[in-house]
Design a protein around this ligand. Structure first.
Ligand SMILES: [Zn+2]
Length: 203
């Protein structure tokens, strides 16, 4: 009997010790400052869609003109972006050596089609800068992004990608805008064709 009491007392002591240890552990975790190193944020994009931007940029650069379009996809709860469809210029888009304006009726028509397919939404836009042009957004680009964010209060961020090229190769960089400015992000390319593009082409 005596032995049993001793044993249960010891057990109680152990439980207390473990609890204290746990409390200390929790406290030390809570006191640890957050990691302050700058994270590189990435936008997921299908290979077929990124290749489309590069092809279209090279095609219009041969004519000395800018081109562009819109991004459609999804945003995860954690803020990760996935581009599943890149729209190009419509037949009545305005291309000039230093300016691109999308064909709005075309964009509206296509948006409805794309959004219906995969409950997607428009998450940004892209355009090219002429050869040897600026690889970052111009002052005018930023102004129009801030206007778009002001007009759409439901959006806290908006993606703009600028494509540039030389005689043979093109590349595009994603810039993520919020109401205060923009950050340079990186692409994370998913190999293969976007399932949304595949469906759109088959219709
Ligand atoms: Zn621009």
């Amino acid at each position: 009997m005596k032995h049993k009491i001793k044993k249960s007392k010891r057990r109680l002591r152990d439980v207390k010790r473990i609890r204290n240890h746990y409390r200390q552990f929790v406290a030390s975790v809570e006191e640890t400052p957050p990691v302050t190193a700058r994270r590189v944020r990435k936008v997921l994009i299908y290979e077929s869609e990124y290749a489309f931007i590069c092809r279209e940029t090279l095609r219009m650069a041969d004519l000395g003109l800018e081109t562009g379009g819109q991004f459609f996809g999804k945003v995860s709860w954690g803020g990760t972006l996935l581009v599943t469809k890149v729209l190009g210029p419509g037949p009545n888009a305005q291309h000039s050596p230093a300016f691109f304006q999308q064909d709005i009726p075309f964009m509206k028509r296509e948006s409805e089609r794309i959004i219906r397919i995969g409950s997607l939404k428009q998450i940004g836009e892209w355009h090219s800068h002429h050869r040897l042009g600026l690889s970052v957004p111009s002052g005018r680009d930023s102004k129009s992004m801030f206007t778009a964010l002001r007009m759409h209060s439901e959006m806290s961020q908006y993606l703009l990608s600028i494509a540039v090229c030389d005689d043979r190769f093109a590349n595009a960089t994603p810039f993520m805008y919020n109401r205060d400015g923009y950050e340079t992000w990186e692409w994370d390319v998913i190999p293969g064709e976007s399932p949304v593009s595949k469906i759109l082409e088959s219709r």
